[in-house]
Design a protein around this ligand. Structure first.
Ligand code: 1VU
Ligand SMILES: O=CC(=O)O
Ligand code: MG
Length: 353
């Protein structure tokens, strides 16, 4: 572990100074595309303005013989496209793969000034982040990059979950963590073959009831991911970085996708991955607080003055804690409204009601 005194020193001579606070930029959906797939890459100029984050994926879902095409495709897209204020991220290959080193060498030297965040898969502990941290500093110095590229970890191994707190605090570059339910299920030897979401077998059953205890008993499906997500949210909040739900693989089941995303939103996540264009609008809807909730939050903030004491609003007690809850909602709304004029108008209209 670096001494707290040295934590914010660049890790290579000539590298930019680390950030002291993770900038909060809207990232309701991290939209995955395969930069080596010409059809998908051609859609980037149209998709970019509709998403908060565009991510060129180099890892899983890109076949081994297409890894180099994906890497060079991302360089091409980044150089050719003006993304405006949409962030550009990449997911590199895992650190034990034959491709990760070249991913970092190529991307930082060729398009490091355009990349906001590098997503690192299968992070197991702080040592993985330390490795990427130092290498990025060396490459940033070599390429003359002026602002540090941030790092995002995927939580998708049992060891990673066991070490999530140290991962979250491993470097000032840490921007956030996403839950990776597919690899995590495999790593834990869970018996689901789905990418995220629930499972009909993971349930609790109502107690026996009726005259002889034989009445039909309701079952309630439970959330397989609740424990990990909650633990990840706490680790992120404790270290001032951002938590995300990851992929939902049943593209056709837009209802269950929305439910899973909403659980994550309510629990503290700021966004989720969109794997297909149909998931973009779902993430946008879910990870933007509703106009009614924003109007309520502002009403409480106004009524609470300096935030101390207690007041009643519409029969509900408000005090310092609810004031802080409402500030979370209002601050998120302000950040999203600054990026999204439609949302800004919806929030303004709801406040007038
Ligand atoms: C499991 C753990 C993980 O690691 S998840 C992250 C890794 N996986 C990914 O990144 C998957 C990304 N998504 C995809 O590859 C595709 O969406 C998959 C799921 C294969 C479905 O593709 P396909 O069968 O073409 O769907 P479709 O016919 O409904 O597509 C309609 C048009 O939309 C396009 N499209 C599809 N996905 C994207 C995308 N992510 N970004 C941009 N465009 C996309 C398709 O190319 C298709 O275009 P067109 O109408 O034929 O011109
Ligand atoms: O990479 C994501 C996952 O779920 O695995
Ligand atoms: Mg994975």
């Amino acid at each position: 572990m670096r001494s707290p005194k040295d934590f914010f020193r660049p890790l290579a001579v000539g590298a930019p100074a680390p950030v002291r606070e993770v900038p909060f930029r809207p990232s309701r959906m991290i939209h995955f595309f395969d930069p080596g797939n010409e059809k998908m890459a051609a859609k980037v100029p149209d998709i970019a303005p509709t998403v908060d984050v565009l991510l060129g994926n180099l890892e899983d879902a890109v076949a081994a013989d297409r890894k180099e095409a994906a890497r060079s495709g991302l360089v091409k897209v980044a150089k050719a496209t003006d993304l405006g204020d949409t962030q550009l991220w990449t997911r590199i290959n895992s650190l034990d793969s034959p491709w990760a080193l070249d991913d970092l060498l190529t991307l930082v030297t060729e398009i490091g000034d355009k990349l906001d965040v590098i997503m690192v898969p299968k992070v197991e502990g702080a040592e993985d982040i330390h490795y990427v941290d130092r290498l990025l500093a060396q490459l940033e110095a070599k390429a003359g990059i002026q602002r540090p590229i941030l790092v995002h970890a995927i939580l998708e191994t049992a060891t990673g979950v066991a070490n999530v707190e140290e991962i979250a605090g491993a470097s000032p570059r840490m921007q956030g963590i996403s839950l990776g339910p597919a690899d995590l299920a495999a790593s834990r030897r869970m018996k689901t073959t789905r990418v995220g979401g629930g499972h009909p077998g993971y349930l609790v059953r109502e107690d026996p009831h009726g005259a002889d205890g034989s009445a039909p008993r309701a079952t309630f499906q439970q959330d397989l991911w609740h424990y990990t997500l909650a633990r990840m949210v706490d680790a992120c909040a404790a270290h001032g970085i951002l938590p995300y739900y990851g992929p939902f693989g049943d593209i056709k089941d837009t209802t269950a996708c929305e439910d899973q995303f909403r659980n994550a939103f309510l629990l503290g996540c700021v966004g989720a991955w969109s794997l297909h264009p149909v998931q973009i609008a779902i993430a946008k809807r879910v990870f933007s607080p509703s106009p009614a909730d924003v109007a309520w939050a502002r009403k409480v903030i106004d009524a609470m003055g300096d935030g101390t004491g207690a007041v009643m609003i519409d029969g509900k007690m408000q005090d310092d804690a609810t004031y802080k809850q409402c500030q979370v909602v209002a601050q998120l709304a302000d950040a999203l409204a600054a990026r999204d004029p439609e949302l800004r108008d919806a929030y303004a209209a709801a406040e007038k009601e």
